[in-house]
Design a protein around this ligand. Structure first.
Ligand code: AMP
Length: 184
């Protein structure tokens, strides 16, 4: 199983990523976690990643691709992955698709979890991560709308998009994703 979870910040990618990875027995890859680990290194590159994350801006595509592609390829060799947060821009998706096509490990499906904005706000404010202040949250939601949401059409055009109501109990969302994927 090779799956991408697409959702706005607070949309449940992390929770569903863990649940689906354990269901399918594959690796859960959170790009936010991979980048937060890179940001902990006290190096110029680490400090650069940290400053983007702190402000809620996206880390530049070339840095993200260099860090994430090896992790994704490794997981694909071991049977698959649930991707949470990568690709997050159309150029990232195009470059990742290029690599995956050469290795014959392209995505089986992209699941878009849609959640109303007030619910996203409420969840993010309750979470209290370092980049979850009200101001940074607004900015991240805006970045999602402008830069990440075009991926919804990109994957719909590729014929692999599955849209699921993300405003349900976590168990219901997981069950719906699994049943929708088995019906494909
Ligand atoms: P997340 O944990 O998915 O909410 O991501 C937290 C932060 O990590 C984002 O606000 C971005 O700064 C950065 N980030 C995570 N994934 C990506 C990505 N694919 N491209 C660029 N930046 C990313």
């Amino acid at each position: 199983m090779r799956l991408l979870l697409l959702a706005a910040p607070g949309g449940g990618k992390g929770t569903q990523g863990e649940r689906l990875a354990s269901h399918f027995g594959v690796q859960h890859i959170s790009s936010g976690d991979v980048l937060r680990a890179a940001a902990r290194a006290d190096t110029p590159a680490g400090r650069e990643v940290a400053s983007y994350q702190k402000s809620g801006d996206l880390v530049p595509d070339q840095i993200v691709l260099a860090l994430l592609i090896p992790v994704v390829v490794g997981a694909a060799e071991r049977g698959g992955y649930i991707l949470d947060g990568f690709p997050r821009t159309v150029p990232q998706a195009i470059q990742a698709f290029d690599v995956a096509r050469q290795l014959d490990v392209t995505l089986d499906a992209t699941v878009y979890l849609y959640v109303p904005e007030p619910v996203l706000m409420e969840r993010l404010l309750a979470r209290a991560r370092a980049d979850d202040s009200a101001e940074v949250i607004w900015h991240r939601l805006q970045v999602f709308t402008e830069t990440t949401s075009p991926l919804i059409d990109y994957y719909r055009d590729r014929g692999i998009l599955v849209e699921v109501d993300g405003n349900q109990a976590p168990e219901s969302i997981t069950a719906e994703v699994i049943s929708r994927l088995s019906g494909r």
